[in-house]
Ligand binder design. Sequence first.
Ligand code: C2E
Ligand code: CA
Ligand code: CA
Ligand code: CA
Length: 278
Amino acid sequence: AAKRRHGGVTGYDASLDEGDASRLSLQSELRQGIERGELVVFYQPKVDVATRMPCGAEALVRWQHPERGLLAPDVFIPLAEETGLIDLITAEVLDQALAQIARWAELHHELPVSVNIPARSLSDATFPATVAAALDRHRVRPELLTLEITESAVIADMMRAGEVLGGLREQGVNISIDDFGTGYSSIAHLRDMPPHELKIDRSFVMKMCENSRDETIVRAVVDLARNLRLRVVAEGVETESALQALDELGCHEAQGYHISRPLPAADLTAWLAGAASG
Ligand code: C2E
Ligand code: CA
Ligand code: CA
Ligand code: CA
């Protein structure tokens, strides 16, 4: 049976990766689901650590499955990455997120939004033009968009990736290295393809107040980012003590359940209104 997580989101279900038949059916269901508009985007706010004011949000996709309910991304993103459906998902999430940025701007909440981009998009020479067209369509300033790049696989063609990142930077879009310190992301990238931001994975942040090794790693990444003049964001901030520790370390931005869970857009609009009135 599917595992229920908080907020009624169904998490990873072991039965989904048992056997080729069920994988194949999930794959075709996913393609259909994308076409039928079953992907929904939730938004998790980030705050400026020093002022505690909202400073952005991360777009996190869910799949509103007609029978299985609201599915978390860990159920379908890995499969989508293997099968190439991820490119459709990336385009869909980017489109929904830009539409939402435009709506918030109309409500006078000029909120920067981060969208997750798999590293494979960096081997697509047309990706910068795709992003430019989407920004244009929604009349959104590129400064309001951050692309969080996750390396779940090695970047095969570093030359190409450098050109694609260069094209995005030229447009004024912000680049973040997601899950920094995990996966294949490496320090060499900071020299060869400098981003605007590093994002520290929640696996280091969640227990940083109990585990001194985790705290040391968070401190090292914050120092590295600050010395390179990059923004640094910690995710997985679950307690007030973690938020205070991050403040002392000089981390710029924080995201996590202590601030807010990921919310449907309308709920984040209400949350922002509450944050603005104190
Ligand atoms: P991520 O990019 O590292 O996103 C952060 C994850 O941490 C989210 O899980 C978020 O709900 C969770 N989180 C935030 N604060 C806390 C906290 O305080 N404690 C704990 N325990 N968890 C927290 P979510 O939404 O299930 O997303 C999981 C992963 O799925 C994301 O990890 C990202 O890699 C991927 N993903 C989500 N949306 C997209 C998308 O649109 N495109 C792509 N390519 N990947 C996506
Ligand atoms: Ca992310
Ligand atoms: Ca990630
Ligand atoms: Ca992460």
